[in-house]
Design a protein around this ligand. Structure first.
Ligand SMILES: [Zn+2]
Length: 419
């Protein structure tokens, strides 16, 4: 049996790993890099493609398989959100006037090719999916083949969040022969989530006291719903006073509908609520013109480079009463949010706008931090561990910490390991 590391090694983005025997070949994820287009860089002759979750860096290249009758395996919510994100990608490419060789029919073909399963037997491989935390519907994948056990984590999180349970190491295959683990935050230790949520509420309260606006750029899938639910619940509990709160994103709004329909993916508390994502204090708007200020606005895009978040960032940045809360850990180098935070300026039509608003980064991330990464390795005691989905520096920092427990390896792109 062979493992080929095709993408998403020594970097974040474009994840794809092949597991191959003499009888069959499956892909673990089929992603694109942020800002890159769908390409034919990965082989297409897979018997099945298993998608860990609906983020495009794990699923965005599926369009390149859309005309070849692929077998795609993953959860229902991953299927539905992936289809919507692929359609959104097609829309953006067309809007930008790019010649994009795929259309909505291709996105729908991906949806039709999907097997919603947690357990599949295929060509001598026994494939099993386990909850991974991270985002709704995210799964880890184990493949039992030729007497060996491989566990691929995809992106994961061990701690519970307000809406999602963390992955449970005790329910995963113990002592796997190979653990392929993400290392996004291999060198980073974060504050506990409750401390970060306190910071968020303090920032919101401080802004409310001066009657300012709070802009919270968030991804349409999961982070937007999680943030809206968190603020809604805090207002319900009296932790935050009543204030105008809005979400603006047609895509996020559509995904919120899935969240109400597929409650089984969420915590027990969420499951007990009738329509958990029909918020009481948070209103959905179609455009920024409908905002009644002062307000808290959760909107796309998550990096502030387009849509309502870019518009509001440009409008609100000059006023020192306002706040911008960044909840992503990673920011692309050229993203407006990063420039606003680091250089305290924005560029609009070639002109510099000074940023007077408070810009605060509070990393309410869905990824395991270094402590959780080590915790998983300690719990599973894998024979060999391959670090993927992380910059080399992050992978090396993690490698140092776990080399006493397991044989660690940071593969290179296109490297093949035989087992
Ligand atoms: Zn992810």
């Amino acid at each position: 049996m062979r493992i080929h590391f095709l993408g998403g090694v020594r970097e974040v983005g474009g994840s794809c790993i092949a597991v191959e025997t003499d009888y069959g070949k499956v892909a673990l994820d089929y992603g694109i890099k942020v800002g890159e287009k769908v390409s034919d860089q990965f082989p297409k002759d897979f018997d099945a493609v298993i998608i860990s979750h609906a983020h495009l860096d794990h699923s965005g290249n599926l369009l390149s398989l859309s005309r070849g009758n692929p077998v795609i395996i993953g959860s229902r919510i991953t299927r539905d959100v992936t289809t919507d994100l692929l359609r959104d990608m097609i829309k953006i490419q067309n809007m930008n006037g790019n010649h994009f060789p795929y259309n909505n029919q291709d996105a729908d073909n991906i949806k039709k090719s999907w097997w919603i399963r947690d357990s599949v037997a295929l060509l001598g491989m026994s494939i099993q999916l386990y909850p991974a935390g991270h985002v709704a519907g995210a799964k880890m994948t184990s493949i039992h083949v030729e007497g060996k056990e491989i566990l691929y984590t995809g992106d994961f999180c061990l701690h519970d969040t307000e809406i999602l349970e963390g992955s449970k190491p005790e329910k995963l295959p113990q002592k796997p022969d190979a653990l392929i683990i993400e290392s996004t935050y291999g060198g980073k230790v974060r504050l506990p989530r409750n401390k970060l949520v306190d910071q968020l509420f303090k920032q919101i309260l401080r802004t409310i006291e001066r009657k300012g606006n709070v802009l919270i750029p968030a991804f349409a899938f999961h982070r937007s719903q999680e943030m809206a639910k968190r603020i809604d619940q805090a207002m319900e509990d009296g932790i935050l006073p009543n204030y105008n709160v809005y979400t603006i994103s047609p895509l996020a709004h559509k995904i919120t509908g899935y969240f109400n329909n597929y409650k089984q993916f969420f915590t027990r508390e969420i499951q007990q609520q009738k329509q958990p994502f029909n918020y009481r204090h948070v209103k959905h708007l179609h455009r920024t013109g409908q905002i009644r200020e002062p307000a808290i606005v959760i909107c796309t895009s998550g990096f502030g480079h387009a849509g309502a978040s870019l518009r509001l960032l440009t409008e609100w940045a000059a006023d020192e009463d306002n706040s911008v809360v960044i909840n992503s850990g990673y920011l692309p180098p050229e993203s407006p949010l990063r420039i606003a935070k680091e250089k305290r300026e924005l560029i609009k039509n070639g002109n510099k706008i000074p940023v007077q608003a408070e810009v605060k980064q509070i990393e309410l991330s869905g990824h395991a931090d270094q402590g959780e990464l080590i915790q998983l390795v300690e719990a599973l005691e894998p024979k060999r561990t391959f670090l993927v989905h992380g910059e080399l520096e992050q992978a090396e920092l993690l490698s140092e910490k776990i080399s006493g427990i397991t044989e660690v390896y940071v593969p290179e792109r296109h490297e093949t390991i035989s087992m």
